[in-house]
Design a protein around this ligand. Structure first.
Ligand code: AMP
Length: 186
């Protein structure tokens, strides 16, 4: 199964992505995790993106596109994957279309977690991972960027008939069962 999971920061993408990945036996490909690992390891990529992540802005499309192309080219992603945090702009949708066309495959479903802003801010300020980009100013910027650049991505996938909009408010298990129901696993 080839899936994309997206939604605003604080929607619970990471938690649900880990559960979906385990349930369907597909690798969880989180661009945020890949970039944070690169920053922690002090690689060339990490140095290029560190300041951008700290500001809550998006790293350049072509750069993240290369990262995703490389990751989806790995053996474990050949039979399926769950993308988390990509694509985030209309240009990234085109880049993903190109990667999938090269592989001769297509997306099965795009899952959008829907959560009201008030709930998001509260969750982000209280999550215990201690991410350096979870400060009030950066959270505001990340929500702004999401509305401006990522919401149009939902529209594209809705028009393609791929979008499953899932209510992201509730317990982890409640949200997860809505997702598996939408994916046709009851
Ligand atoms: P996330 O963990 O998905 O919230 O990502 C953390 C940060 O990594 C974002 O705020 C961006 O700075 C960067 N990032 C992750 N994925 C992308 C992407 N697809 N395009 C651009 N920047 C990204």
């Amino acid at each position: 199964m080839r899936l994309v999971l997206f939604g605003p920061p604080g929607a619970g993408k990471g938690t649900q992505a880990r559960k979906i990945s385990a349930h369907y036996g597909i690798p969880h490909v989180s661009t945020g995790d890949i970039l944070r690992a690169a920053v922690a390891a002090g690689t060339e990529l990490g140095r290029q993106v560190e300041a951008t992540i700290a500001r809550g802005e998006l790293v350049p499309d072509e750069l993240i596109g290369r990262v995703v192309a490389e990751r989806l080219g790995e053996e474990d992603a050949k039979a399926g994957f769950l993308l988390d945090g990509f694509p985030r702009t209309l240009r990234q949708v085109e880049i993903l279309d190109g990667i999938l066309a090269d592989q001769g495959v297509a997306l099965d479903r795009v899952i959008l977690l829907v959560v009201p802003d008030t709930v998001l801010v509260d969750r982000l300020l209280h999550r215990d991972e201690g991410r350096p980009d979870d400060t009030p100013e950066t959270i505001r910027e990340r929500l702004r960027v999401y509305r401006e650049q990522t919401e149009p991505v939902a529209k594209v996938y809705r028009e393609r008939g791929l979008l499953a909009e899932i209510d992201g408010v509730g317990t982890i298990e409640e949200v997860f069962s809505r997702i598996t129901a939408a994916l046709g696993d009851r």
